[in-house]
Design a protein around this ligand. Structure first.
Ligand code: B4P
Length: 182
C-alpha cells in the first residue's frame, strides 16, 4: 500500500510518523504544513498568504491548498505513491482530492488514523514549541479539527485503519507498518 492518508489530531505525530513511513516505503512525504512553512520561509506569494492563517491556527483556504497539492501530486516522483500528511483536512478538500486522483487514474489505499487523548497532543505541541503552538491557538486548532476534519472519518469509512498513537515514536511506527502489511 503506497498511497496513504495520515489522519489525526493536530500534534498527534503525523509529521513524525510520515517521515519514517516515507523512508520505509520509498515514496515522497507530502505535508501541506511543511509546504506552507517552506513557502513562508522563502517569502513566496503563497507563503505570504498562508502565514496569516498558520499564525492564527486557522485552516488555509482550500482554493490555495488544493492547487498546491495538485501540483505536488502531479510530479513524476509521486507516481510510485505518497504519504499525504495533513491533507485533506476538510470534506471539500477530500472531494478536491478525489477529482485530482481521478485525473491521475489513482486511488487512496488506506487512511491511517492516529488515535490518542487530547491531553497528550497538547503536551506534545507545547513541547514542540512552534509559533502556532501556544495554548490558546492549540485550543482553536482542536476545535477546528472536531468541526471540519473529523467528518473525514465518515467520508473515508471503508479505508480507515486506527492506530494507537500513545507510546514512543518507534512503537507507533511499528504499529503503522504492521497495519500497512495487512
Ligand atoms: P501541520 O503541519 O499538519 O501540523 P500538526 O497537525 O500540528 O502536527 P502533526 O500531527 O504533524 O504532529 P508532529 O509530528 O509535528 O499543520 C500546521 C498548520 O498548517 C495548520 O494548523 C493549518 O494552519 C495549516 N495546514 C496544514 N494543512 C492544511 C490543509 N490541508 N488545509 C488548510 N490548512 C492546513 O508531532 C507533534 C510533536 O510531538 C513533535 O514535537 C514531535 O516530535 C512529538 N512527537 C511525535 N510523536 C511522538 C511520540 N510518539 N511520543 C512523544 N512525542 C512525539
Amino acid at each position: 500500500m503506497t498511497r496513504v492518508i495520515m489522519f489525526g489530531l493536530p500534534g498527534a505525530g503525523k509529521g513524525t510518523q510520515s517521515a519514517l513511513l516515507a523512508k520505509s516505503l520509498d515514496v515522497p512525504h507530502v505535508s501541506t504544513g511543511d509546504l506552507f512553512r517552506a513557502n513562508i520561509g522563502e517569502s513566496t506569494p503563497l507563503g505570504q498568504e498562508a502565514k496569516k492563517y498558520l499564525d492564527a491556527g486557522q485552516l488555509v483556504p482550500s482554493s490555495v491548498t488544493n492547487a498546491m497539492v495538485k501540483d505536488r501530486l502531479s510530479q513524476p516522483d509521486a507516481r510510485k505513491g505518497y504519504i499525504l500528511d495533513g491533507y485533506p483536512r476538510t470534506v471539500d478538500q477530500a472531494e478536491a482530492l478525489s477529482d485530482i486522483l481521478a485525473e491521475l487514474g489513482e486511488k487512496i489505499d488506506v487512511v491511517l488514523s492516529f488515535v490518542l487523548p487530547e491531553e497528550v497532543v497538547v503536551e506534545r505541541m507545547l513541547a514542540r514549541g512552534r509559533a502556532d503552538d501556544t495554548e490558546e491557538i492549540i485550543k482553536g486548532r482542536l476545535q477546528i479539527h472536531k468541526n471540519e476534519t473529523e467528518p473525514l472519518l465518515d467520508f473515508y469509512r471503508d479505508l480507515v485503519v486506527s492506530i494507537d498513537a500513545v507510546g514512543s515514536v518507534e512503537e507507533v511506527q511499528e504499529r503503522a507498518l504492521a497495519a500497512l502489511d495487512k
